[in-house]
Design a protein around this ligand. Structure first.
Ligand SMILES: [Zn+2]
Length: 118
């Protein structure tokens, strides 16, 4: 069965594989209004974005717009993945694991770093 312990994301820059569990566990920011979580590649330090939904994770490049969207590069189905977004953060759970990611000062408009143009 697919889970955060068996599925890998690939860095959008260097393609380094990161376990979904590790990306969530080492998240550096989240945007609850978009379901986005950002994590830094351990190999090249590029910031990667994933959209965490109930039952799936989408990885992609952030696209600036009225509503920021992800240009999807990979979609991973993870049965039982659960996400609950509140204004201050995101609570994610799968299997017997759960995490709370604090949104901090992150805003939707800060989700597209300058290296992607804007
Ligand atoms: Zn990388």
């Amino acid at each position: 069965m697919n889970s955060v312990l068996s599925e890998y994301l690939n860095c959008t820059d260097c393609t380094e594989a990161t376990l979904v569990r590790d990306a969530i566990e080492h998240a550096i920011a989240c945007w609850p209004e978009l379901n986005w979580v950002a994590h830094r590649c351990s190999n090249c330090e590029t910031i990667n974005y994933i959209a965490v939904n109930n039952g799936s994770v989408i990885e992609g490049y952030p696209v600036h717009g009225v509503v920021p969207t992800l240009a999807e590069t990979q979609r991973i189905v993870i049965r039982g993945l659960s996400v609950k977004c509140v204004p201050d953060g995101m609570r994610i759970s799968n299997l017997n694991l759960s995490w709370y990611i604090d949104a901090g000062d992150a805003t939707a408009s800060s989700a597209s770093p300058k290296q992607y143009g804007g």
